[in-house]
Every structure is written in C-alpha cells, then in structure tokens.
Design a protein around this ligand. Structure first.
Ligand SMILES: Cc1cc2nc3c(=O)[nH]c(=O)nc-3n(C[C@H](O)[C@H](O)[C@H](O)COP(=O)(O)OP(=O)(O)OC[C@H]3O[C@@H](n4cnc5c(N)ncnc54)[C@H](O)[C@@H]3O)c2cc1C
Length: 156
C-alpha cells in the first residue's frame, strides 16, 4: 500500500474507501497525452467494484483516452471548513480517495445497460423512469477499472 506522509490521516480499511466512492457524486478524472495533462469532472457511480461514467462520444477526453487509457482520479465527501478563533487555526474537514486505473469505453450491450442503470439509480433513485432505447444508444459509457487507491480523512 502507498504510505502517506501523515499516516494518522490515512484510511486503512477498504470499506472506508468504498464508502467514500459510494457517497461521492463528482469524480475528477485526470488524463495525460504525451506531456499534456487534462482533468475533467464527471458524475459517476461505484458499482460492482468499478466506476461507471457516461458522456458523449467525442471531445477532449476521448482524444486523451485514445492515446493513453491510464488515469488518476479523485473523489471527496464531507468537505467543510472548520472555523477556529484564530484565522491561522482554521482547518478543512474532508474524506477523500485518490486512485489509479484504466478507462475503457464499454462496448458490450448488457454492461452498457447495467452501468447506465446504476448511474440513473444513483442519482434519480429507484423510482426513476427506464431509459429509452434511443437514449441508451446515444450514451457513451466509460468504465474505470481501479488498480490502486488510497483514502485520507482530515478533521474527522
Ligand atoms: C460537477 C460536474 C459534473 C459533470 N458531470 C458530467 C457527466 O456525468 N458526464 C459528462 O459528459 N460531462 C459531465 N460534466 C461536464 C464535463 O466536465 C465536461 O465538460 C464534458 O464531459 C465535456 O468533456 P470533453 O473532454 O469532451 O470536453 P470538450 O467538450 O471536448 O471541451 C474541451 C475543452 O473545454 C474545456 N472544458 C471541458 N469541460 C470543462 C468544464 N467542466 N469546465 C471548464 N472547462 C471545460 C477543456 O479545458 C478543453 O479546453 C460535468 C461537469 C461538472 C462541473
């Protein structure tokens, strides 16, 4: 496991990291093409140990992913300023995950549907209407396979 400079802040239990991924709503996906980094925020769902995102079929992120599928990602929850009488004593509370992995465009129809259904369920809840065949066909579903990740908590 990667060791942090401040080990007392490092989350040790896989369940703590999974909790962050389950509760987070926005994932910052960092990509790299040659020596150019690109970071893009996306909604996501953590499902069956993987991360699913949906997006269009074109654009910068596809241009980066075609050159290099390797990614770094970050998710933060429970973020809030922690006031103190002295300005230099203020702190910031958070729980966060940073991980590494590979992103691919999901091609298999059953997995596309499963990923999209998980995303819709995550944000719209169980009563959400089913996606139409047209919307399903239009969506590009990305899967991020996590290779490693660390969790950190501050002021918790
Ligand atoms: C909280 C949040 C959630 C989002 N969720 C989703 C999602 O689930 N699915 C989805 O497809 N998109 C989502 N977006 C939009 C996403 O960040 C991108 O704008 C979008 O996916 C297009 O990315 P692209 O690489 O194709 O950019 P392109 O349309 O190809 O544009 C590339 C250019 O625009 C700039 N750019 C791209 N995105 C942004 C941005 N967000 N802010 C400022 N400049 C930008 C880049 O720097 C680059 O110069 C979300 C944005 C936010 C802020």
């Amino acid at each position: 496991m990667i060791q942090m400079r401040k080990p007392q802040k490092q989350l040790q239990q896989p369940a703590e990291l999974e909790d962050i991924l389950q509760r987070g709503e926005v994932l910052r996906l960092a990509l790299c093409r040659e020596d150019q980094p690109y970071l893009v925020p996306l909604n996501y769902v953590y499902h069956a140990g993987r991360i699913y995102m949906h997006t269009g079929h074109e654009g910068y992120k596809h241009w980066f992913l075609a050159a290099n599928p390797r990614a770094c990602f970050e998710v933060t929850v429970d973020a809030a300023a922690v006031p103190a009488p002295l300005p230099c004593k203020w702190d910031y509370r958070y729980r966060s995950v940073i991980g590494f992995g590979r992103v691919s465009v999901v091609q298999e129809e059953a997995e596309r549907q499963e990923g999209l259904a998980a995303l819709v369920g995550r944000f719209a809840g169980p009563g959400a209407p089913e996606m139409t065949a047209e919307a399903l066909a239009r969506a590009c579903v990305l899967r991020l396979d996590i290779e490693s990740m660390t969790g950190k908590a501050n002021c918790i």
